[in-house]
Design a protein around this ligand. Structure first.
Ligand SMILES: [Cu+2]
Length: 499
């Protein structure tokens, strides 16, 4: 018996012993050499026992950040000219040195990995020249932006390789931290995984008057959290890493930085957290157990800062938090950690004192009216399934089918229900395009204080019913979907036409 045959039999017996029923979700590698086979088997083991989501909840841990690399800060995108708010965004293929001395094949916007930060003001009329320099179709989706459907960059807005499109919209919503990423049908997960994601900051008179930390990269820090699996050649081999129930990796990158640390002054530092992962949920906390305050949700400021010891973000959710490094005992090693204790971002607190302005008690005038609370449910969404068997209201995405219609400017109440399955079910982060909504209730209860603000994505737990009040200010066909990107690509997505 040849060595390959022995290894194959060993792999098969491991599958049988483990009683793994999702082995067929693993890609076949007929040409694998022995070393790759070893890796592949290790990955299979990991998937079966951990991130295979067979129990929907045990997930492989992230490696601790050693803190050897200073966190990279995305550059701020420069305007094309002074006269108008016009930008160029290119989706590109490139090579990035994520590991010292090794080039990893990646995608990026206006660069080789991730994208620049696009800073917009409320009231701006924005023109973006979107150019596809990839060798496959892509779209440019502005996640959280309240724009007409033809500017939203959903799967209908394909830009072919070598082609470009001018996208125009007016910024009419309040200050918020949004993001942009591709959204082509069936390919979103791979393109995001390979590096296509960038941030959008919207500022307005309110955000500028609050006295919050606004020194970009110094005390106003964007943090894009993404977990990846690198193969033995330090490549992002999406096909090998892919899991139909959500691709989870053991290696954390923040803003594309491996083993990041953040150097800060002794002052209040605003962290704009984005869970930009394909599927991993994060629960952020400080290793010292100290609290911090949350000041903003996906789509704007909370009315007042909310003191928290930890915050969970599911894929695509954002939160702005403020950590007061002047108040923390910097004799200890400080770090942002995940729920399981893995070190995400060590902090290096310099001896320098910085700004100490108090955070204002009133940040916004967000309101859920009693009228909105008393509206009847007019749209019901049932999320169900796992792996490639995911559906919304029993159906998979069909670009030719309109699932719902809603009138422009009219508030309706949607009830989103996450129906449990035999395995108990899993959290589905539910996202709606083109608008921000308000959470009315979770299983009939008022949402937590830190969810009483504008949202465009919401974690819906197994068995849970969430009611939201939602209005679209623009017309056209918008997507709603699970933001576990593999679920989205597997058809856990529907369409609403706003008339
Ligand atoms: Cu899902």
């Amino acid at each position: 018996m040849g060595i390959k045959m022995k290894i194959t039999l060993l792999a098969i017996s491991i599958l049988v012993i483990s009683g793994c029923s999702n082995a067929n979700s693993q890609p076949n590698h007929p040409m694998m050499d022995n070393e790759e086979m070893d890796d592949s088997m290790r990955n299979m083991g990991g998937n079966m026992m951990g991130n295979g989501h067979m129990s929907h909840n045990e997930v492989v841990s992230l490696n601790d950040s050693t803190g050897e690399n200073e966190l990279k800060i995305p550059s701020m995108l420069e305007r094309d000219n002074e006269e108008e708010v016009a930008y160029t965004v290119r989706a590109q293929i490139g090579k990035t040195e994520i590991f010292d001395g090794i080039e990893t094949n990646t995608y990026g916007y206006n660069g080789t990995f991730l994208g620049p930060m696009l800073r917009l003001d409320k009231g701006d009329t924005v023109k973006i020249k979107a150019i596809n320099e990839l060798d496959e179709n892509t779209t440019f989706h502005w996640h959280g932006l309240e724009v007409a459907a033809d500017a939203d960059g959903g799967p209908h807005d394909v830009i072919k390789p070598g082609e470009e499109k001018i996208i125009e919209f007016k910024v009419e919503q309040e200050a918020a931290t949004l993001w942009f990423h591709p959204h082509p049908e069936g390919k979103t997960s791979e393109q995001v995984y390979n590096g296509l994601a960038g941030l959008i900051y919207i500022e307005d008179d309110n955000s500028k008057s609050l006295g919050l930390p606004t020194d970009y990269g110094k005390n106003d820090i964007p943090l894009i959290f993404q977990d990846k699996t690198f193969d033995d050649k330090k490549q992002l081999n999406y096909r090998a890493a892919m899991n139909d129930d959500g691709t989870i990796g053991d290696t954390l990158l923040i803003n594309g930085t491996l083993n990041p640390k953040l150097t800060v002054n002794k002052e209040k530092v605003r962290l704009r957290l984005l869970n930009g992962s394909n599927a991993r949920n994060f629960t952020f906390k400080l290793n010292t157990g100290n609290s911090f305050v949350q000041i903003a949700t996906d789509g704007g400021f909370l009315n007042a800062p909310v003191t928290l010891n930890e915050i969970t973000l599911t894929p695509s959710e954002r939160a702005e938090i403020v950590v007061d490094f002047a108040e923390l005992n910097t004799a200890n090693d400080l770090a942002l950690i995940n729920e399981d204790g893995s070190i995400l971002l060590p902090f290096d607190v310099s001896g320098q004192n910085g700004e100490t302005e108090e955070i204002q008690k009133e940040l916004n005038d967000f309101a859920l009216t009693s009228e909105e609370k008393s509206l009847p449910v007019t749209k019901e969404i049932e999320l169900f399934g796992m792996m490639e068997m995911v559906t919304i209201n029993g159906k998979k995405f069909d670009p030719e089918r309109i699932d719902f219609t809603q009138e422009q400017g009219v508030t309706e109440v949607w009830e989103i229900y996450n129906k449990k399955d035999m395995m108990g079910g899993m959290i589905h982060p539910f996202h709606i395009h083109g608008t921000q909504f308000k959470i009315i209730s979770r299983d009939g209860e008022e949402p937590a204080e830190n969810e009483q603000g504008w949202k465009d994505s919401i974690a819906v737990h197994p068995g849970e019913r969430v009611k939201i009040a939602i209005q679209f200010n623009h017309k056209g066909v918008y997507m709603f979907h699970c933001h576990i990107l593999e679920h989205e690509d597997n058809g856990m997505m529907g369409q609403i036409e706003v008339k």
